[in-house]
Write a protein that binds this ligand. Structure first.
Ligand code: NAP
Length: 271
């Protein structure tokens, strides 16, 4: 794929190499579209290669983007290292890391097999930390880089029926905010975007029927991705897109934890 004149030649991300995990659908595909419009070269990674190849063709046509499609699973032990090695083999430093891949499991913790819970923790927690460790050291050395973590409003309180998922997103939020402080003086911008419910494949994969609360508050995937990239460029450590999400998170601060947990369970439980 050759570069054409559509990609911006100006701007902080022009010519940067961006790794987007979970690029085969939802936010990840939209992050890729937005970063392509900023002139990034892309590494698209997820398991469904056909979807990513179609996206790579779309971006080449729209922006002249060069995309490297790497099919890999990040829910298997060692999966993140395999991906890091394949990216390193491209021979180019990574300037942008979008830690987006993830899934949730809806239902009571004990009602799902341990293997599925383990996969969630590997993908949503371990691989996120591993990929950050693999790529952020180079950013710190070069004193240039951007890291965007995708957490959730579920990070702000325990959530019955999404116990493991909400806990994993609390990890991502806490980890990302800590790294934002650690890397600030090194010229690396770190942001965490915390979406509420949005129209992607997430709810179906989680095995949930959307609740009334979710149907009313559903955001568009593209709007969430745009808010995330804006926060990343501005170096804002935490961004919650949509007033329907930021207001309840704000109010939860003044709510006793026990009550916040119970409320989250009510909003997420079907039937
Ligand atoms: N949509 C929401 O309501 C919502 C709200 C808050 C936070 N989030 C978070 O947003 C992020 C993106 O999710 P989404 O909403 O865009 O859902 P999505 O459409 O289901 O996308 C999930 C992405 O993760 C990838 N993925 C899943 N399992 C993987 C594995 N084992 N190895 C590598 N990649 C894997 C999927 O690709 P393959 O299946 O091709 O591997 C897909 O590209 C997730 O971290 C999610 O927790 C979503």
């Amino acid at each position: 794929m050759t570069a054409t004149t559509n990609a911006p030649k100006q701007g902080p991300l022009a010519g940067a190499l961006a790794v987007v995990t979970g690029a085969s659908s939802g936010f990840g595909a939209d992050f890729a579209r937005i970063l392509a419009s900023h002139g990034c070269e892309l590494v698209l990674t997820a398991r469904r290669e056909d979807r990513m190849k179609t996206l790579a063709d779309e971006l080449a046509r729209a922006h002249g983007t060069v995309s490297h499609v790497i099919a890999a699973s990040l829910s298997e032990p060692g999966g993140a290292q395999v991906l890091a090695d394949r990216v390193a083999a491209l021979g180019r430093p990574v300037d942008v890391l979008v830690n987006n891949a993830g899934f949730g499991i809806h239902g009571d913790f004990l009602d799902h097999p341990w293997e599925r819970q383990r996969e969630l923790i590997e993908l949503d927690v371990t691989s996120v930390a591993h990929l950050t460790h693999a790529f952020a050291r180079g950013m710190r050395e070069r004193r240039r880089g951007w890291i965007l973590f995708v957490s959730s409003i579920g990070a702000f309180q325990a959530t019955p029926t999404y116990a493991t998922y909400a806990a994993s997103k609390s990890f991502v939020l806490s980890f990302g905010e800590a790294l934002a402080a650690e890397l600030k003086s090194a010229g690396v911008k770190v942001s965490v975007v915390c979406p509420g419910v949005a129209a992607t494949e997430f709810i179906e994969t989680a095995g949930q029927t959307p609740t009334l609360y979710q149907r009313i508050n559903m955001m568009k995937s593209r709007a969430v991705a745009e808010a995330g990239v804006r926060a990343m460029l501005a170096g804002k450590s935490c961004r919650i897109p949509g007033l329907q999400n930021s207001l309840p998170v704000f109010l939860m601060r003044f709510t006793p934890r026990r009550i916040a947990t119970a409320l989250a369970g009510v909003f997420m439980r079907n039937g």
